[in-house]
Design a binder for this molecule. Structure first.
Ligand code: ARG
Length: 467
């Protein structure tokens, strides 16, 4: 037993240095989960109340015992919430801590609560309830982030900026269009969250240790009481399954990867060299030595949290991959990964929402950058196809020569004279200058999902109706 009696045993010579007593203390340390699974107290108590209520309804325990159990569990809930509850590592986990306290509070009736139940289905229930609630919070947080982006996109549907591929200037786009790319990404994350809530909406309680139970329980009743659509259908799978945790971590990893790409853009955009945005004081820090600095620490930390979240996914996948059915204690390692990832994700989404809402968009800097780097070269090529009837490949070649000439003269495409352009291809007329400005370029990209302000406004309206 991992109790006081172990104190008398001598420490192991090889690894007992930090232990006052023998192997039992080590066993207790490796085995206990209370330090982290106490986070599940509310779900544990809710699950037990539903279970006891069902047991009484089915005549498996008396109504009197059920009343004592429910009353005792509610007392424990307030004790934990007021900080008066003493958690004990000797009692291993949240389930046994609650049950032991219940016995102290109500006596022998407490012993009836665990009828037709095991900690295997109990932990599967508690943790699933917790993850489901966390996903509901994530859904709200993503909605707020999407709302922040929709507002910025509205405001900047006409703000021209360089669009990049390979981080090299590609074609002009609008900042509103770029914001809407993130709306699409976080919108997909949110739909993954909704699907996952659907997937995990099945109640594990009543699977018992792995084989179900001979008591006449009603799993549909507990499922309903706990807000699940229905009970799980296979008791072996139920206690073996941690897909709900893996799905949470997968969704969190993909969302965090999106946040990290945004963080990276914010870091780049806020450099003096780019100067596309200015972060608010509320979401940046200064330097203790260099007075001129304003650092994007929040964005950098969002980028870094992604490493943690992705790490949690890999950790739990690795824990699960070798486990035979049904429950193995390895699965106790699921919780810390999920708790840590959930905390990191919540914080990262909140920080990003704040940064996006607060940042100053420097439209003048974006426009100046959009016009450099020959970003309208494709527009010239398209014009040659449309107006002069050239095959696109030839137009590409002619445009390449125009870019080379501009480069040689140290000017932009729009600054070349008509004579210069005609020296490359005589079919070019004065009208070409209409497409060489960045505004004309973005306005022309009216294909569905394209960067034309009118098109971007349509996409904003589509999302507003769904957010
Ligand atoms: N603390 C355990 C966990 O988190 C609860 C389940 C224990 N079940 C068992 N058969 N030892 O996984």
């Amino acid at each position: 037993m991992a109790d006081g009696s172990s104190e008398t045993k001598s420490s192991n010579q090889m690894w007992g240095g930090r232990f006052a007593s023998g192997p039992d203390a080590i066993m207790e340390e490796i085995n206990a989960s209370i330090s982290f699974d106490k986070k599940l107290y509310a779900q544990d108590i809710r699950g037990s109340i539903a279970h006891a209520t069902m047991l009484a309804h089915q005549g498996i325990i008396s109504a009197d015992d059920k009343d004592k159990i429910v009353h005792g569990l509610n007392t424990i809930l307030s004790e934990i919430e007021s900080g008066a509850f003493e958690f004990s590592r000797r009692l291993e986990d949240i389930h046994m801590n609650v049950e032991a306290r219940l016995a102290t509070l109500i006596g022998p009736a407490a012993g009836r609560l665990h009828t037709a139940r095991s900690r295997n289905d109990q932990v599967a229930l508690d943790f699933r309830l917790w993850v489901k609630e966390e996903l509901q919070k994530t859904e709200k947080a993503l909605t707020a982030l999407i709302a922040a982006f929709l507002d910025r996109a509205d405001e900047h549907a006409d703000t021209v900026m360089p669009g990049f591929t390979h981080l090299q200037t590609a074609q002009p786009v609008t900042f509103g269009h770029h914001c809407m790319a993130y709306v699409e990404m976080f919108g997909r994350d949110r739909s993954r969250v909704r699907h996952a809530i659907e997937h995990m909406d099945e109640s594990p309680i009543g699977a018992a240790a792995l084989a179900g139970t001979g008591f006449p329980i009603d799993r549909h009743m507990t499922a309903k009481a706990l807000g699940f659509r229905e009970p799980t259908r296979n008791s072996i799978d139920t206690v073996s399954d941690r897909d709900f945790a893996l799905e949470f971590l997968s969704i969190a990893s993909i969302a965090a990867t999106h946040l990290s790409r945004l963080a990276e853009e914010i870091v780049i955009w806020s450099t003096p060299q780019f100067g596309f945005i200015r972060l608010s004081d509320a979401f940046s820090t200064g330097s203790s030595i260099m007075p001129q600095k304003k650092n994007p620490d929040a964005a950098e930390l969002v980028r870094a949290k992604t490493g943690r979240i992705n790490g949690s996914l890999v950790a739990l996948l690795t824990v699960m991959k070798g486990l035979p059915l049904a429950y193995s204690k390895d699965m106790q390692e699921d919780k810390e990964q999920v708790f840590d990832a959930a905390e990191s994700l919540e914080l990262a989404i909140a920080a990003m929402t704040g940064m996006v809402r607060d940042m100053t968009v420097r439209a003048d800097r974006m426009k100046a950058a959009a016009g450099s780097g020959y970003s309208t070269a494709t527009d010239l090529a398209d014009w040659l196809v449309r107006e002069a009837g050239l095959p696109f490949r030839d137009a590409h070649h002619v445009t390449g020569r125009a870019v080379a000439l501009a480069e040689q003269k140290g000017c932009d495409l729009a600054d070349l004279s008509l004579a210069d352009l005609q020296s490359i291809n005589p079919a070019i007329t004065e009208k070409v200058f209409d497409v060489l400005t960045v505004e004309a370029s973005v306005a022309s990209r009216t294909s569905f999902g394209g960067t034309a302000p009118a098109e971007v406004r349509k996409q904003i309206a589509w999302w507003r109706a769904r957010n």
